[in-house]
Design a protein around this ligand. Structure first.
Ligand code: LLP
Length: 413
């Protein structure tokens, strides 16, 4: 039976203290990401409590802030890294070798070179390959350490077609070729596991696909003539972005996962990213323009698609609320300062906005700062972490000098 700890399964945008957010914005300016480390801890404990027999590997790509990595390391989490850079950052945050997995997706040579060096420096690092070619490239580099094979289960899931990896030929070795490749690789490497990932933002409705993936992975592990240390069924556990959306029943997902896996003599590994950090973060942004349009009030703010890319990239919904306003509710369209019509945070009912009001954008802790860009020569925002009464800047606000720092004069012009 699962032993979920007694923490609320979701923190809604309305649960954040307006006074605290207003004073953080006052002190540090906007746009500003705020990450609550205590909420990261709560999410980890609830998640790990639902999967008591599994190893939890935090998917660092959701939020690689050292403060977040350190918090999860101290909670006992392992970490899944998507690049040599993320792997280095995991080690810098204090993870030990055996708690770090690097998942190589079409890895540039430099990534593999670095990963092999890191495996030397941190024995226990596991490298996950998603193609026979990647396995060969590791062998060419003299690597004979811990190897996991990413498998394409042919079944995907997720909140948007752009994040459904499971059935995409780009990811993993075709399922029907995996067993033979694993058995070959076992001659040259320490083959420790198999891996698959259905996609990101799996809801209760996608549970069927998740179950199918898990059951295929269990079958693959049982079909091998040697035993594995772990079967990794990926991440993708969704969170509610809309105020009326129910949270995922994580205990039910965990039960379904265990049942679908069946009897295998290997540890179950799960890789949540978003689930651990999404509702631990908000993005604060200041209103600079209020414009009455025919059917809506357009609220211009200082954050945009460069600050939080998800709405523009995936039509993702993020709830926006007026933290400082107290007027009657009006229908608004919240839009950023970038000269593109995709630069909008969508429509929201909120206390009548005035110039200078502070707005908060919910569920910004996952794939928020992480995907920020400098498009339109917009410096990236600052990030503050809070923990109880403490608060500190972990990423200073960039300046225009940061944006142009890599630029060089061309001698012949
Ligand atoms: N494991 C692997 C191998 C992955 O590729 C991913 C996410 C995860 C775990 C964690 O997925 P999560 O639990 O966070 O859903 N930028 C997109 C999400 C891309 C996810 C890519 N892979 C978004 O903002 O929705």
């Amino acid at each position: 039976m699962s032993a979920t700890t007694d923490t609320p399964p979701v923190r809604r945008l309305a649960d954040w203290s307006s006074d605290r957010l207003a004073s953080l914005a006052e002190e540090h300016g906007t746009p500003l990401y705020v990450t609550d480390l205590d909420r990261v801890r709560e999410n980890y404990r609830r998640f790990a409590g639902a999967f008591p027999d599994a190893d939890v590997h935090y998917a660092a790509k959701a939020n690689t802030s050292r403060a977040v990595l350190r918090t999860l390391e101290a909670e006992g989490s392992s970490v899944e890294c998507a690049s040599a850079g993320e792997t280095e950052r995991a080690f810098a945050a204090g993870f030990e070798g055996e708690r770090v997995h690097y998942t190589a997706v079409n890895p540039p040579g430099e990534d593999l070179d670095r990963a092999v060096e890191l495996a030397d420096e941190h024995p226990g690092l596991t490298i996950t390959a998603g193609a026979k070619d990647t396995v060969d490239r590791l062998a060419e580099r003299g690597y004979d350490g811990r190897l996991c094979l990413r498998v394409n289960p042919g079944v995907g899931a997720g909140h948007h077609e752009k994040v459904r990896t499971g059935a995409d030929a780009k990811f993993g070795v075709p399922y029907d070729r995996a067993a033979a490749l694993l058995e070959d690789a076992a001659d040259d490497f320490d083959v420790v596991g198999v891996h698959a990932h259905a996609g990101s933002g799996i809801s209760g409705d996608d549970l069927g696909n998740h179950r199918e993936l898990v059951s295929q992975m269990g079958e693959l592990a049982r079909s091998l003539d040697f035993s594995l240390e772990f079967v990794d069924v990926g991440g993708g556990f969704g969170v509610p972005y809309r105020p009326d959306e129910p949270p995922l029943d994580i205990d039910a997902v965990a039960d379904a996962t265990r049942n679908a896996l069946g009897d295998v003599d290997a540890t179950l590994v799960v890789e949540p990213g978003r689930y651990l950090v999404a509702d631990a973060g908000v993005l604060l942004t200041r209103v600079n323009t209020v414009k009455e349009a025919t059917e809506t009030t357009v609220v211009g703010v200082d954050a945009g698609m460069t600050t939080l890319a998800r709405p523009a990239l995936y039509d993702a919904y993020h709830r926006v609320r007026n933290v400082t306003g107290d007027g009657p509710e009006v229908e608004t369209t919240v839009a950023g300062p970038i000269c593109e019509s995709s630069d909008t945070f969508g429509e929201h009912a909120m206390a009548e906005p005035r110039r200078g009001d502070l707005l908060a954008v919910g569920n910004a802790g996952a794939y928020g700062y992480e995907m920020a860009s400098q498009y339109n020569s917009r410096p990236r925002p600052a990030v503050v972490v809070v923990d109880g009464d403490l608060a500190d800047v972990v990423n200073r606000r960039e300046t225009l000098a940061d944006v142009t720092a890599t630029e060089r004069e061309v001698a012949w012009r």
